[in-house]
Write a protein that binds this ligand. Structure first.
Ligand code: MD6
Ligand code: FE
Length: 201
């Protein structure tokens, strides 16, 4: 594993997953989505998010008119499936902690989907990193500072890239401005999967 590239405090591991590892991970995520189907969350303002999501692990991340939060069950009432071993392997490689992630959030972006600038601050221990895996089409990743109005910079994330938010960057604002459709052949239907791993409690 090569040393990460620093992008405004975010550690980027370009191409950490080769094609075979990406394919195995997509297959594992398909099994997650069979057990816990992808859904379009609503914000607490009743606006549908453009990404579809599901989770694996003890906790899943959900959002609806009651707001966003971690829940032990999928909206259908079933428990979230276990986090796939392929995904845990990436966490072990890059997280720098012996704790295991409790939430594996899986986001699917169609061509037009995006993710507004946000902080990941629903967890209780910010000494624990957030690890993120990109699969499929390239995505423009924007990273800012600790306040929404801080200057931002953007970089393209490619299929197989892994990034780690830890230290000062753990609570940095970040988001996905847009995809570049047709840049990957990994997902037959196109688009992008993003997996984020977190310790919640
Ligand atoms: C995405 N990523 O890459 C959105 N969060 O689609 C995130 O929101 C994210 O990349 C926490 C840590 C790393 C991330
Ligand atoms: Fe995030």
């Amino acid at each position: 594993m090569s040393a990460p590239v620093d992008f405004r405090g975010v550690a980027l591991f370009p191409g950490l997953l080769d094609r075979a590892a990406q394919e195995a991970m997509v297959a594992a995520l398909r099994r997650v989505a069979e057990a816990a189907p992808m859904f379009h969350p609503e914000t607490r303002f009743g606006k549908r998010m453009s990404v579809r999501m599901t989770s694996a692990g003890t906790f899943g991340w959900v959002s609806d008119r009651r707001g966003y939060r971690y829940e032990r069950r999928h909206p259908s009432g079933v428990e979230w499936p276990p986090i796939p071993s392929e995904v845990l392997g990436v966490w072990r490689q890059v997280s720098g902690t012996d704790r295991l992630p409790e939430c594996c959030l899986v986001n699917y972006y169609s061509e037009a989907a995006r993710m507004g600038l946000h902080q990941d601050i629903d967890e209780s221990d910010f000494s624990m990193p957030v690890v993120s895996i990109s699969l499929g089409d390239d995505a423009l990743f924007r990273v800012g500072g600790l306040s929404r109005s801080d200057p931002t910079a953007s970089t393209w994330l490619h299929s197989g890239d892994v990034c780690v938010l830890s230290g000062a960057a753990r609570r940095a604002f970040h988001g996905i401005d847009r995809l570049k459709p047709g840049t990957s052949t990994l997902l037959p239907q196109g688009g992008r999967l993003n997996v984020t791993l977190r310790v919640v409690t």
